[in-house]
Design a protein around this ligand. Structure first.
Ligand code: NAP
Length: 289
């Protein structure tokens, strides 16, 4: 559908954004569902954020995604925050209800929805998460809200893992979820914790192009009965996923998370169900049989 005088604006703000799948995904979904919307990417850095939010509000944009480096900054412009966004103090999706902005963080929700779609149920399970950056924080918060049994966070910078643990501790205590935070350099402890984990998630940027020969963990350290998730989606199949494939392990890939975080955002804006199978096939070129 070509834009008309009535077309609602949606978008993405952050920088860099040239590589984003979001415009292709959402515009395809609008077209498929015959929704009168148009999604554009607006390259925005921290200095421009205030003006960009004011402009989007003025133009009556219905909603927008927020990516690096604005996910924390945007919180200051939101009137309300969803539970997971409040827990981590970060937002990747904004809904604009006539000038009232509500912030959500759909990365973690998208991650666990993709897990569920792949028959990986995490309630009462032990999760080992590598990373404490933006995406890891969203996944960690959602892991607590999904009532996992234990969440063990390893990060290169221990302070960031400890900070994340602290941010989640009250909610985790309320729900009886155990959380530990450890330094990635403690390989002995990592090996031991992996043996006791049901799901291992790489939420660091290690393995991302152009360093796509790297894996955050060695083959010998990956147990034989664990589910391996890598949220990195460039390249399509990471070194870690290749190792997991060789070991015949169940894999959750980064594209699945991209797809589902977008599906949740789309639903928040339009209340419509995202055409997941079609987007997989036509935007991500994933063969869905
Ligand atoms: P971020 O906030 O910059 O965090 C990066 C994380 O990676 C930090 O924990 C950092 O550790 C760790 N790290 C970086 N280099 C490392 C190294 N050489 N060794 C060990 N740890 C290292 O980035 P982000 O936004 O969370 O994104 C992380 C990755 O997830 C990126 O590849 C991004 O493209 C991907 N992602 C995927 C999705 C999806 O939907 N699939 C969504 C968001 C992001 P320190 O704290 O020590 O620096």
């Amino acid at each position: 559908m070509l834009p008309k005088a009535t077309t609602k604006l949606y978008g993405l703000i952050g920088t860099p954004i040239d590589h984003s799948f979001s415009p292709s995904m959402h515009n395809k979904a609008f077209e498929t569902l015959d929704i009168d919307g148009c999604y554009l990417a607006f390259d925005t850095d921290k200095e421009d954020l205030e003006k960009t939010v004011a402009a989007l509000k003025q133009l009556g944009a219905r909603g927008w995604n927020v990516t690096m480096p604005l996910k924390s900054e945007i919180v200051n412009y939101c009137d309300y925050l969803s539970p997971e966004a409040k827990l981590i103090g970060a937002v990747n999706t904004v809904v604009n209800d006539n000038g009232i902005l509500t912030g959500y963080s759909t990365d973690g929700i998208g991650f666990f929805r993709n897990a569920k779609e792949n028959d990986v149920i995490v309630k009462d399970k032990n999760i080992l998460l590598l990373g404490a950056g933006g995406a890891a924080r969203s996944i960690a918060a959602q892991a607590v809200l999904e009532d996992v049994k234990k969440l063990t966070i390893y990060n290169r910078t221990l302070e960031k893992a400890l900070e994340l643990k602290e941010d989640l501790s009250e909610e985790a205590k309320k729900r009886g979820v155990m959380i530990e935070a450890k330094a990635l350099e403690d390989k002995e402890s990592l090996r031991k914790d992996l043996l006791d984990s049901d799901l291992f998630i790489n939420a660091t940027s290690v393995g991302m192009s152009p360093d796509d020969k790297e894996s955050i963990i060695e083959e010998a350290d990956i147990p034989d009965n664990i589910v391996v998730a890598d949220i990195v989606y460039t390249p399509n199949k990471t070194q870690l996923e290749k190792i997991a494939e060789k070991k015949n392990l169940k894999i959750l890939d980064g594209l699945g998370m991209v797809l589902w975080q977008g599906a949740y955002a789309f639903n928040l804006w339009t209340q419509a169900d995202f055409p997941v199978e079609l987007i997989k096939k036509e935007v991500f070129k994933i063969d869905t049989k």
